[in-house]
Design a binder for this molecule. Sequence first.
Ligand code: FA5
Length: 334
Amino acid sequence: MLKRLEELRAEATDLFGSASSENELEELRVRFLGRKSELNQMSRGLGGMDPSERKAVGQAVNALKKDLGAMLAAAQDRLAGGGGKPGLDLTLPGRRPWVGRRHPLMRTLARLEEIFTLLGFEVALGPHIEDDFHNFEALNIPADHPARDMHDTFYVEGDRLLRTHTSPVQIRTMMSRKPPIRIIAPGRVYRNETPDASHSAEFYQLEGLYVDRGVKFGELKGVLTRFLRELYGDDVAVRLRPGFFPFTEPSAEIDVECRVCHGKGCSVCKQTGWVELLGAGMVDPRVFRAVGYDPDEISGYAFGLGVDRICMMETGLDDIRLLMENDLRLLRQI
Ligand code: FA5
């Protein structure tokens, strides 16, 4: 029997070594390793064998089964053209692992924080669920102001609402600290508005507040111009337009030349060549009174900028909604 096993081994080595198709291999597998194969029958016959022979034959049968398995695998591998495992094609280009990184909005926020920190501002944070007092009342936004309307604000319950801007952080900071205060407050804000290419119902703002004795409008202009030059370079075109905010007087809107179309007009700048980035102004005396400061002694400036719009111009995206959709195919290209 041992002799027959050696014959089978020699035969199989030859045939597996020269097999030239998958079909041929399958036939060899059935013939040498299948249920009705000679080897399997020998294996089943072991029980009726003389115990003195059984051990040696059993070991030889098992060793041949193992070797036939290896011959089959090697032949499959050879036919697949690979070097290691069956079906492995070493000529295919490698797959690059994806490395995680910050969301573009978070990268923009970090850059803005970096610039303002260098300009002497510290970071302050506030809650996303605010109350009427901090979001509106203390900021001199009267009860009949349209911003308070359900059409513009998401109310949670009672006078609780999702903050519509980062300005309530001004109030919280002034009520808990004494001047001088020089803070920025970055964070997400929410407005009940119909989204379009440059308006989102959920976006990021960065608030700034500087309060001390004798602060002047020229300082506001100076710090924001410095900031925009740090961000876009010394040749950036900036314009200040008169504006209105209930919590600042005088107020200004600050625009920069659109970085996507360089002033030619596109969907980001609504064909005007300019993008409104900031609202700003001198803190209104009524706001100082609401937080317990004396407006005859203290003055200050505040500003609020739209982070998403800055991010859009940096990335060249022409629709603000893409920033919140988190489509990985797009984010990987930025
Ligand atoms: C405000 O929210 C004021 N709180 C800003 C401010 C702070 C003024 C301190 C004065 C002093 P406004 O609604 O204009 O202002 O928004 C400020 C900026 O947020 C805008 O210039 C714009 O860049 C961005 N922004 C406003 N609405 C949206 C929106 N729906 N989607 C994306 N960005 C927006």
